[in-house]
Design a protein around this ligand. Structure first.
Ligand code: CA
Length: 219
């Protein structure tokens, strides 16, 4: 479970990170809004804990830009602003939950567990692309009406690609989606999965963009 913590207060950030580690979360910590927006755009997180008062880009603005780009990552907002208007603004901007500082770490943990449960239970629609139907709920794939058996990583990779036709997914991005940071990955691991997918569907399904990554064409 990978969490992005965005908090400019060093003491509080360290406290949260230390508290979450034993829970089995991988916590990446950033201290300003602009870096947070970049990280959330370029990488995959299961959840973000976002302070509102941040240098370089306000937390509310980070949230607005994320949601404007249809980024669905669950966000728990931390705010020192105990004003109803600010809380409403946070929820309107797309926060899934909020906590007012100071808060008890055990409450933060409980809120995170609840958010993660909700996000994993959220129904995801089946995707259709060029004769492929991929159903995240049942974890099944058909190709021209026939069931196709995929390994877990092949399934995730195919899902990433056909969810965003016309968009090049870089090798780094795919590696993070499949393996996360810190895991040792064979340098050709992505190529091997792509090779298998092409064999199971059609060779022309996935295009290689040399030196960058892969995409499926927009249809
Ligand atoms: Ca702050």
């Amino acid at each position: 479970m990978r969490i992005l913590l965005v908090e400019d207060d060093a003491g509080l950030g360290e406290g949260i990170r230390t508290a979450l580690k034993p829970e089995g979360y991988t916590v990446d910590w950033l201290r300003d809004g602009r870096s947070a927006l970049h990280a959330l755009t370029d990488e995959s997180f299961d959840l973000a804990v976002l302070d509102l008062g941040l240098p370089r880009l306000d937390g509310l603005e980070v949230l607005r830009q994320l949601r404007a780009a249809a980024n669905p990552v669950p966000v728990l907002v931390l705010t020192a602003r105990d004003a109803t208007a600010d809380r409403i603004a946070g929820l309107d901007a797309g926060a899934d939950d909020y906590l007012i500082k100071p808060f008890d770490v055990s409450e933060l943990k409980a809120r995170l567990r609840a958010l993660l449960r909700r996000s994993f239970n959220r129904p995801q629609p089946a995707l259709e692309y060029a004769g492929i139907t991929l159903d995240p709920a049942s974890q099944t794939v058909t190709w021209q009406g026939q069931p196709v058996s995929l390994q877990r990583k092949e399934f995730i990779l195919l899902h990433e690609l056909i969810a965003q036709p016309g968009r090049v997914l870089t090798r780094d991005k795919l590696q993070q989606v499949l393996y996360g940071w810190g895991e040792e990955v064979e340098s050709n691991a992505i190529e091997v999965h792509i090779h298998h997918l092409r064999k199971k569907f059609a060779p022309e399904l996935i295009r290689t963009v040399r030196g960058v990554g892969y995409l499926v064409d927009k249809r």
